[in-house]
Ligand binder design. Structure first.
Ligand code: CTP
Length: 413
């Protein structure tokens, strides 16, 4: 049962000002029936339609309404709420709240929680059909979709304003079902997925190494998204201080050679390999056992190539579905296509590293990333988003291509 997926999940139900808010009372009940823990966050407008007391009684938790209420903040502030949530559903989502989310505002509790949370975010729009069709609303929705927001509905039909059209909030049962589907995604259910993440450190001597700026965040986010999609995940990580996402096996390595050995040891029992690590291409030819002492003369360190783990995996038999990354500062697409071809990959996720057009850091060491996906017969752009949201989009993409490939193999067998 899909609804079981909500069992034990922490759901923040955001309620904004609209007549459909009365349906959210029933929604709160049904979410709890499905085993979810529910915390309700209401905008000021929402409290004009239904009282917080109603939702307190139905959710069994205090209702949160104020961003700057000292008492409330002491109980559970916006950051704690954001962390607590496994998913945030805003139902009903008014045109105003959608616009404010699209602007990235954080001037009330609900928008601040959304901005501070890494959990999946979903909106169930509800508004008059003219407001719904307005270009401003549609453009805001487009922005939210690009950022990875899920959108449930709206439906068409008779509206509270007496008119008929698109803009009705989905029925409660449909909302519960749609929310549960976020926890499937089941798209990689039972599939064994091997993921590398983080940098490698290549020792020069016992205290020095050659490394790179990879934080491992993208790889860890991909591992978590794969787990959420039902995969059995083995994560091979280079040095870093990220904590392991729940419910997966982690193998720590330091050098490219160790990562190579670990991957080769594990790869045979996996159907998908995702190479998100920033593996060093070169290592010092010799590494001194003692700390090198400085001298007056210049120092040269001779470097040799490391094993290309990704290329090696794509020649193993049985061969998994192989996904590579390409971090580029220029000629993104051309370089990525060359890698796709040279390493015989099934998919490459290319990202620009460095600054975006607003001079923000993207890629390495950043919360954000944008990906250009290229596979032998297609390509798709995933717009800039937080790494967890982007990772989920990437995983659902990988799942689609992988399942297609399996289906094709079956058909030709
Ligand atoms: N990779 C690997 N083993 C290596 C080097 C890279 O598995 N020794 C993988 C990375 O995990 C990534 C992809 O290969 O998925 C990156 O391709 P690569 O051609 O090595 O990119 P760069 O290291 O950036 O090299 P280049 O100088 O060619 O851009």
């Amino acid at each position: 049962m899909r609804m079981n997926r909500l069992n034990g999940k922490h759901i923040i139900l955001g309620i904004t000002g609209g007549i459909a808010a009365y349906k959210s009372a029933e929604l709160t009940r049904r979410l709890r029936d499905a085993g979810a823990q529910v915390r309700v966050v209401m905008t000021r407008g929402a409290t004009e339609f239904v009282t917080p007391l109603t939702f307190q009684a139905l959710s069994g938790n205090p209702v949160h309404t104020d961003l700057l209420d000292e008492k409330a903040e002491a109980g559970m502030g916006h950051i704690e709420l954001a962390r607590w949530a496994d998913a945030i559903l805003i139902a009903p989502a008014s045109a105003n709240t959608i616009a404010r989310l699209a602007q990235g505002r954080a001037d009330d509790l609900l928008t601040a929680v959304c901005l501070a949370s890494k959990a999946p975010l979903a909106i169930a729009p509800a508004m008059n059909h003219v407001m719904w069709h307005d270009v401003a609303t549609q453009s805001n929705l487009g922005t939210l979709q690009q950022r990875g927001y899920h959108q449930f509905g709206p439906a068409s039909g008779a509206q509270a304003c007496g008119e008929t059209g698109e803009g009705r909030m989905l029925e409660v049962a449909e909302l519960v079902d749609s929310l549960a589907s976020l926890f499937k995604s089941g798209a990689l259910q039972g599939v064994n997925v091997l993921i590398t993440a983080g940098p490698t450190y290549e020792p020069i001597d016992p205290v020095r190494f050659i490394g790179n700026r990879s934080s491992g965040r993208m790889g860890f986010a991909v591992a978590q998204a794969a787990r959420e999609a039902g995969a059995n995940v083995t994560l091979i990580s280079g040095p870093g201080d990220l904590s392991t996402p729940e419910d997966m096996r982690r193998i720590d390595v330091e050098t490219a050679a160790q990562m190579y050995d670990a991957v080769m040891h594990e790869v045979h029992s996996n159907q998908v390999f995702i190479s998100a690590a920033a593996v060093a291409d070169y290592r010092p030819k010799t590494s001194s056992e003692q700390k090198l002492k400085k001298q007056d003369a210049e120092l040269s360190i001779e470097l040799e190539r490391t094993e290309d783990i990704l290329a090696a995996v794509s020649t193993t038999t049985p061969r998994p579905f192989v996904v590579g990354f390409a971090a580029e500062t220029e000629n993104l697409e051309a370089n990525a296509r060359t890698k796709l071809h040279n390493k015989s990959l099934d998919l490459i996720a290319a990202n620009r590293v460095g600054k975006n057009e607003n001079a923000q850091d993207i890629g390495f060491n950043s919360e954000y990333n944008a990906l250009h996906l290229i596979w032998p017969d297609g390509e798709q752009q995933l717009e800039q988003a937080r790494k967890p949201a982007l990772a989920r989009q990437l995983i659902s993409f990988i799942a689609r291509l992988y399942n297609q490939q399996k289906q094709n193999e079956k058909n030709t067998a």
